[in-house]
Write a protein that binds this ligand. Structure first.
Ligand code: GLU
Length: 316
């Protein structure tokens, strides 16, 4: 067994018994997740795969989808056009905060908060809802290497209960920040959040970003390599809800988490790492996931700004 495999098994054993955090329930369908589910996966850019725990369990991707739809919107419109509609500033506000939309430029602060993600998704090209959804699913397939599906109960659950998201879309429509067809934009946003993945898929998706946008298992280019730096920058500054700053300080690599309990992180030029465990803290981050990443970062010197002499960044 390799040292990395042994280490993630040790982490799984150490943090498995934790019982802090709560499974998200504001989307009723998410509350059905088993709090004991826990998986850790690593995929390197030369295609090595390391897994421990519930890495084949399917769950909905939720907010992690936002980085991928942002990449597609960049391909569709380019940096400057997208910047006019969605900013790149962290907020320090909760992901579903509506308050700042009513201030200043009325432009959502960044594409990782819900307002910015809805605006981003509303910009995706396609002739009608079906084609736009098809483009999104094809994009996810390039990253995961397999067909992806939407979990209908979660989609319906979000659609019925997503009043805050609907309110944000109306506010943005009022300010002319998104197009008039907000129901279609919201449906597409709820659908992208309801895409089912496994923890192993998330690690492959992260490894694809680490590998300049090319899936290291299938060798398919998932996103134009020019835009990988944009995606990673946003992940680094805004990817971990209200813990983005502390994450950058302690773990030091670009990452994105979602309320269903996934965290995906990228070691540029090296590997993708993902954890899945549904209990989340008050910020929305998986509690077991945070522990695992801090330990991995220390053990493998993952912090991007650690330039200590003799430091070997992710040498496995
Ligand atoms: N679909 C969720 C929402 O819109 C995503 C939230 C998340 O994972 O942060 O509230």
């Amino acid at each position: 067994m390799t040292q990395l495999q042994a280490f993630i098994e040790k982490l799984h054993h150490t943090y498995g018994p934790m019982d802090e955090g709560q499974v998200a329930s504001y989307i009723p369908e998410l509350s059905k997740a088993n709090p004991d589910w826990f998986g850790i996966s690593v995929v390197t850019i030369d295609g090595q795969v390391f897994n421990v725990g519930d890495t084949a369990q399917k769950f909905t991707i939720q907010s992690i989808s936002k980085i991928f739809s942002y990449g597609l919107a960049l391909e569709d419109h380019g940096r400057e056009v997208l910047l006019e509609k969605v900013g790149v500033e962290p907020t320090g506000d909760p992901f579903n905060s509506i308050i700042r939309l009513d201030e200043g430029s009325h432009r959502p602060y960044n594409p990782m908060i819900n307002a910015g993600a809805i605006a981003t998704t509303s910009l995706l090209k396609g002739d009608g809802s079906t084609e736009r959804l098809h483009r999104l699913l094809k994009m996810f397939k390039r990253y995961t290497g397999q067909d992806v599906f939407i979990d209908m109960p979660t989609f319906m659950s979000e659609r019925i209960t997503g009043h805050r998201n609907r309110a944000m879309a109306h506010l943005m429509l009022n300010f002319g920040m998104i197009d008039k067809d907000i129901d279609a934009a919201l449906d597409l946003y709820f659908q992208q959040c309801s895409v089912m993945v496994t923890n192993g898929d998330l690690a492959t998706m992260a490894a694809t970003l680490a590998n300049r946008g090319k899936n290291p298992i299938t060798q398919v280019q998932a996103v134009n390599e020019d835009y990988v730096r944009d995606i990673l920058s946003i992940m680094y500054t805004c990817g971990m809800y209200n813990r983005a700053g502390e994450w950058a300080y302690r773990v030091g690599i670009p990452a994105k988490s979602g309320v269903s309990g996934g965290i995906l992180a990228v070691i540029p030029g090296k590997a993708g790492i993902a954890t899945f465990s549904p209990p989340i803290d008050a910020n929305g981050n998986s509690v077991r996931g945070l522990q695992v990443f801090e330990a991995l970062s220390q053990e493998y010197n993952l912090h991007m700004f650690d330039l200590s002499l003799g430091r070997c960044n992710f040498c496995i």
